[in-house]
Design a protein around this ligand. Sequence first.
Ligand SMILES: C[S@@+](CC[C@H](N)C(=O)[O-])C[C@H]1O[C@@H](n2cnc3c(N)ncnc32)[C@H](O)[C@@H]1O
Length: 375
Amino acid sequence: MSFSMTLRELRKKRHLTLRDLANRMRIDHAYLSRLETGSVPPSDRVLRQLARLFGVPAEELGLAAGKLPQDVAHIFYEHPKEAASLLRERFAVYNTTFMPNDRSENGHGQQSEPVFETSRGRLYQCDCLDLLPTIPSESVDMIFADPPFNLRKNYGRLVDDDLAEEKYLQWSYQWLEELSRILKPGGSLFVYNLPKWNVQYGSFLSRTLTFRHWIAINIKTTMPIPGRLYPAHYSLLYFTKGKPGVFNRPRVPIPTCRHCGGDIKDYGGHRKWLNPEGLNLTDVWDDIPPVRHQKYKSRSANELSVKLLQRVLEISTEKDDLVFDPFGGGGTTFYAAELMNRRWIGCEIEDCQPIIERLTGDLFTNGKLAEIAAR
Ligand SMILES: C[S@@+](CC[C@H](N)C(=O)[O-])C[C@H]1O[C@@H](n2cnc3c(N)ncnc32)[C@H](O)[C@@H]1O
């Protein structure tokens, strides 16, 4: 994590405003603010002061600011081979080969600086169509995409969620094509949308990827549509690039009546043969609310439940796999990836602050699982 992000995190954990901290350090408020945005590098004196104040090693802060201590630098110069192999071995998990290229493979796309980083992931504030061309082909293990549904929602100034049907599909095909390109062989792509759009996406994706499932995610509360059947599910498309590299089949608890505790279904005399660890998961998910509970939402629009992302990650990834999400929203994918020790990369075109706050908030650092359990 860069020095400016480390500083912001330390300050927020202590509930210090920039001004509080400047006063404590007896330095100029504007200078501290420039330090925190990364526009000026910290002096050694400032690093020592911050280290004392926050109780962290000055060396660690210095490294985050790109300052290599003399003795460490000396070891690197004297023993480059051992140093390189040691670093590769120890930090393979964080290897940066997955990070976007400076230039895209096809000459398009703009590389920008991430607005936020953790040791496992990077967040970009940009249009996914600018970021995607900078990502190397076949470099990502799993993709989760939850685009705007073209339902006239207000996501912000930069998103038009009221496009003509043809235009919406044309736009979607652009990012779907890029997602197929960046997916590793054996990797998985999940796309969450209304059945109306996913039926078209599915046909488009079938040209290059292998169809696995149309997962129906039960919606508890919707409005009836005149002249149509009552819509009761969202669609989650699941494709892989060839044979899946990872497929874990989760088990779910045997459903019981919440009043009497008895089984809801009759297993026709075969109850005793059921696996005590639970039933095989089917392609109809009615045990997970698709949308995050209002009480926990950090962004006004359409934030998915963490449980949904955890399930998708459990099915299709292993620890340290790389996950990509082009439509960050409230950061549910990145949050679940952090919880489950997956690497991640993603973008959001509008304000990224809700994502940053979610990934640096007290709930995350002190009580990760408490929030999950609460949903
Ligand atoms: C349905 S929300 C995603 C919610 C997210 N899955 C979550 O659980 O928090 C779609 C998001 O895509 C963003 N978005 C729309 N167009 C985009 C684009 N071209 N590039 C990147 N993000 C975009 C919107 O601002 C919105 O936050």
